[in-house]
Write a protein that binds this ligand. Sequence first.
Ligand code: M6R
Length: 366
Amino acid sequence: EKGGYDHFMLKEIHEQPKAISDTLTGRISEDGTKVVFDEVQFPAGFVKDIDRIHILACGTSWHAGMVGKHAIEKLTRIPVDCEIASEYRYRDPIVSKNTLMVVITQSGETADTLAALRQAKEQGTRVLAITNVVGSSAAREADDVIFTWAGPEISVASTKAYTTQLTALYLFAGWLAQERESVGASEVPAILTALRDMPANAEKVLETAPAIQAFAKEWSSREHAFFIGRGLDYAVSLEGSLKLKEISYMHAEAYAAGELKHGTLALIVEDIPVIALVTQDDLYEKTLSNIQEVKARDAFVLALAWSGDQQIAKSVDQVIHIPKVNPFLAPILAVIPLQLLAYYASVARGNDVDNPRNLAKSVTVE
Ligand code: M6R
């Protein structure tokens, strides 16, 4: 049942190219220029009236939502808030008839996310669910549903659910832009081309596994690790850090690289592993200077950078290269080495990878 892999997590990491491809199937027009979302049936006029979007989710799905916020705002200029569901429901969020709520939940059964969904429905807010489970509570209760076609995810640590959630969110951002004829509409055909190439590129990123495994073996005896990045790289850093904590039990922190100097630099000491993400071209120089700040404190820096980036090696100790794509879509590829890192660190530490202590696959209590 594990398809020859030692753990479900590793199997699911390797299933990502197919999962992404399945999530794209039927959602791109034949000429490749438009997003097709027959399942989204907004009332007449609503798509143009939306003036605010609230994304609600927990854990990994919340991290996907942070990328979704960036994507939707960039392509449509609709203001988007992305919030932890358990926080949202206990405050008094500002909503109107033109608010769209998007809930993201792999299982469709997370109690906190469902509570936010139900609260929104009571307020009369339209809810769209992005979920992986047909027939789940979220799928049944939301007004519209976009399924991620990741297939069953068994490992507690979420991997292919995240990359397919990103795929669905990029498609949804593109669809909104195209339907509203917003600023980003002209970028949609190029984004769709890049998305179609994503399964092949994800396949290439999986080839980084031996290098990541060697790094994980060497560094897994450490107690602390840091992940840094700016913009979308920061969103992916949060996910990399959660993954490492969840299954390797190492303490990890994700930091917006520019925020280090506001406190966290105090924790950067000799030989502490820092994983630096540098896929956002417009932020490259800024991130590089943050890398130099941690190098000056003798941290060990592993950078995740585009293939073809020759410059980065001069500033760091080790580089993992990933195939160059539009930086807007980088999170889908950049997360894969971080998933592998968490996986191999967990294995090296002798943990129960698929069933980490104290955690359940689906959190049905509040
Ligand atoms: O099923 P959901 O997407 O609603 O689950 C949300 C979180 O519990 C989940 O993503 C959790 O953070 C994962 N175990 C992380 O790997």
